[in-house]
Write a protein that binds this ligand. Structure first.
Ligand code: ADP
Length: 344
């Protein structure tokens, strides 16, 4: 059986074709700079054309959908009702859900008879309790406007959980770990008895760790100050915090490989700020979990940078905790979800 995975980011499209159940990757393609001014590819529809894939020869397509809100707590087979619900969630993920919908629409037009499955980035965090997901803002803003912590990177944290349980020889349901997905976007998850019990990304993927170009946690008053005192529009503030901050904002670039090679104070400071933030989250999550089987590093930085791993773990409090490096595979996890749905 051939199952494709489509991951439409705001300006990227990743495509992987798997032979299942062997898990063998038959095709692996990525298109970047979609919709950018100097790019010939204007939208995700054109990007899919550019893949030159005959979807009629594929048995099913799994889509990564960034925001499932409170409605989607697990993967679902896509139908008109699911599409409408993903559309309703656009205000919560204005950059991502429209791109995800476009991918779903184009595949539906090209091969109307093949099943399409939505796998949500938020679903793994559906187990967060109210005390973990509520912000201390007026309660009705949760009830009326769904302002709450959702958490993201769920497919990655879940995959890391299952792989770590195997490595530890434990059942998933007995596993207590802290998973660090450290890529350009980065998040940490506290997993208690196999369930997400807290995570660093919140209402949007902007909260939490210092990322490649995102600020992570800041005092929300800074955003207001930028608007009221510095004269930036809300769109400009959004752009600054998502695209011009994080490591890039601190030292002018976001590729950790390069930053590690640099000898200047600014580069060193940027890494120190990132490392310190990770340590603070691990410390906080150790308190929540009480027992921690392992701290798991993953994502481009977590898997490859021994400097970041060692700097993070260089703390007396963490010295008796096992550190693991596990390669994440979100696409494989999405395919596994598709198989589960198809078997139902
Ligand atoms: P994305 O969120 O875009 O999927 P990745 O998981 O691919 O991101 O991670 C990208 C990050 O990983 C970049 O900051 C890159 O510098 C970092 N990275 C990749 N390889 C290495 C390496 N060998 N040493 C340090 N950092 C690395």
């Amino acid at each position: 059986m051939k199952i494709a995975v489509i991951n439409c980011g705001s300006a990227t499209l990743k495509f992987k074709l798997f032979d299942m159940p062997s898990g063998k990757v038959l095709e692996d393609k990525e298109i970047e700079h979609i919709g950018e001014s100097n790019s010939p590819i204007r939208n995700h529809c054109e990007a899919i054309e550019h893949l030159h894939v005959d979807f009629k020869t594929i048995d099913a397509v799994g889509h990564r959908v960034v925001h499932g809100g409170e409605k989607f707590v697990e993967s679902v087979r896509i139908d008109a009702e699911v599409i409408a619900a993903i559309k309703d969630l656009i205000p919560l993920a204005p950059l991502h859900n429209p791109a995800n919908l476009e991918g779903i629409k184009v595949v539906g037009q090209k091969a109307p008879d093949i099943p399409q499955i939505a796998v949500f980035d938020t679903a793994f965090h559906a187990t967060l309790k109210k005390e973990a997901f509520m912000y201390a803002i007026p309660f009705e803003m949760y009830e009326k406007n769904q302002i709450r912590r959702y958490g993201f990177h769920g497919t990655s944290h879940f995959y890391l959980l299952k792989e770590t349980a195997k490595l530890l020889g434990k059942k998933v349901a007995d596993t207590n770990i802290i998973t660090l997905h450290l890529g350009n976007g980065a998040s940490v998850c506290a997993i208690k008895n196999g369930k997400s019990c807290d995570t660093s990304m919140g209402f949007t993927p902007l909260e939490g760790l210092v990322m490649g170009t995102r600020s992570g946690d800041i005092d929300p008053a800074i955003a207001l100050f930028m608007q009221d005192e510095l004269g930036f529009s809300s769109q400009e503030v959004n752009n600054i915090l998502n695209k011009k901050s994080g490591l890039f904002g601190l030292c002018g670039e976001n590729d950790v490989r390069n930053i590690e090679q640099r000898d200047d104070k600014q580069a060193k400071l940027a890494l120190s700020i990132m490392v310190r933030r990770i340590q603070k989250y691990i410390g906080a999550y150790m308190v929540l979990l009480e027992d921690v089987d392992a701290i798991v590093f993953s994502g481009g930085i977590g898997e490859n940078s021994s400097y970041v791993r060692e700097s993070v773990m260089n703390n007396k409090i963490f010295k008796n905790i096992r550190m693991l490096v596990v390669k994440t595979d979100e696409e494989l996890e999405i395919v596994n979800e598709c198989l589960k749905i198809l078997e139902k």
